[in-house]
Design a protein around this ligand. Structure first.
Ligand code: FEO
Length: 172
């Protein structure tokens, strides 16, 4: 059985991960509307990964005898000034999620909840990768996004992202 504080934080994090999926689908909606289907696809894949994160946390709680409860998912902010805007908002969002995961890890450490720390190890690593991905997108956009040819090529590259369900997920 998990401590209530840890269970509550993880339960709340499920909502945050589902919000992340919702947010990235909203980015995809924007790019689809702008005719950048590769960017839209990239964020659709990202939304699927975020949903998976929520499912993993839900499963961990259930496996530990916790009754999971859901809250309303917040409405994503739909205002984008330009094609770079969602990329920068995406990095900011990932940095925020990293701070949330780090906080849960810290609380687990304080409570000597080594099992939850082990579960969260996967997410700590995943956050590092997601921040790097978000930074790479911004770098590429700065380098190639100025002219139509560069944007076209970048859009093509992002269209090739493949969704692969994680087989090496966290230990439950
Ligand atoms: Fe599930 Fe992008 O953090």
């Amino acid at each position: 059985m998990l401590e209530k504080k840890i269970a509550d934080l993880l339960n709340d994090q499920i909502n945050k991960e589902l919000y992340s999926a919702y947010l990235y689908l909203d980015f995809a909606n924007y790019y689809a509307d702008e005719g950048l289907d590769g960017f839209a696809h990239w964020y659709e894949v990202q939304a699927q990964e975020e949903r998976d994160h929520a499912f993993m946390m839900r499963r961990y709680l259930i496996n530990n005898g916790i009754r999971v409860t859901f809250d309303a998912i917040a409405k994503p902010n739909k205002e984008f000034k330009n094609h770079m805007d969602p990329l920068e908002k995406g990095l900011e969002h990932e940095q925020y999620v990293t701070s949330l995961i780090t906080n849960i890890y810290h609380v687990a450490f304080e409570q000597k909840d080594y099992k939850t720390m082990q579960f969260l190890d996967w997410f700590i690593k995943e956050q590092g990768e997601e921040e790097t991905n978000a930074e790479d997108m911004i770098k590429k956009m700065k380098l190639f996004g100025h002219d139509a040819k560069g944007l076209y090529a970048l859009n093509q590259e992002l269209a090739s992202r493949v969704y692969t369900p994680s087989t090496t997920g966290p230990s439950m």
